[in-house]
Design a protein around this ligand. Sequence first.
Ligand SMILES: C[S@@+](CC[C@H](N)C(=O)[O-])C[C@H]1O[C@@H](n2cnc3c(N)ncnc32)[C@H](O)[C@@H]1O
Length: 274
Amino acid sequence: MGTYRPEWAPDIIDLETPSAARMYDYYLGGSHNFAADRELAEQALKAWPETPYMCRANRAFLRRAVTFLAEQGVDQFLDLGSGIPTSGNVHEIAESVLPEARTVYVDCDAVAYAHGRALLADDPQATYVQADLRDPESVLSSPEVTAQLDFSRPVAVLMLMTLHFVPDSDDPAGIVAAYRQAVAPGSYFVFSHGTNEYRPADTGGITKVYTQASHGIVPRDRARIQELAAGWELLEPGLTDVILWRPEPSELEDDPLGGDVTRYSTFAGVGRSS
Ligand SMILES: C[S@@+](CC[C@H](N)C(=O)[O-])C[C@H]1O[C@@H](n2cnc3c(N)ncnc32)[C@H](O)[C@@H]1O
């Protein structure tokens, strides 16, 4: 007997291959995942038990960064590798500050796309596109993107917890540079990336688990992650641990991992183009 297929999961969705997007949904306590996703996610949790905290800290960084940019007047957001919609989506945060803000979500995952489309059906200012972010030219020229975003004005390009799914052989630095070159001066780059800086041995475990998923995972060290953001002028505090990018004082006081950045093993930053 095959895996139970809910009504919202179209036939094209492969329920048997664990999906990085659906595993992330599982870590965050979402319900858009299947048995194969949950089984592999449980293996990942054995290798890296802090993963759910890491994912929540990443979402908190996203909220702080998008709020900050919207408060600066940035009203266009291109969220690459946006994942399955969850609480605190980019368009909700941006529109709460700037009601006219526009957002395009891009993800290759069919479940993320199906839910994104359904969620955004009644919001003319936000769109979900199913595409491969490794092909900047086709993402940037897609009709949904060009209809929603005006590239003669600044855009915030987001790649959170996504570049570590792009192997070196696909030239992640070149991909980031292509987006930078396509946006107007004064645009922003918001990114986070899993790191092996603190625990190279442990990340070996998680890397092996993800070889069975839709996307392999490539944790990188600080220097390499810094290189991926080349050409973007990083705002204070620069490339930093995910919980340390402009946290609310209460977030640090109540940090569930006692502020131990090594247990998050994720770097984050916000850069500006000139
Ligand atoms: C860990 S989730 C992060 C979701 C969201 N950005 C966040 O930080 O909460 C990574 C997402 O990147 C997507 N992804 C990975 N490689 C991709 C690619 N080449 N093109 C588009 N999406 C990709 C996955 O499908 C997944 O939804």
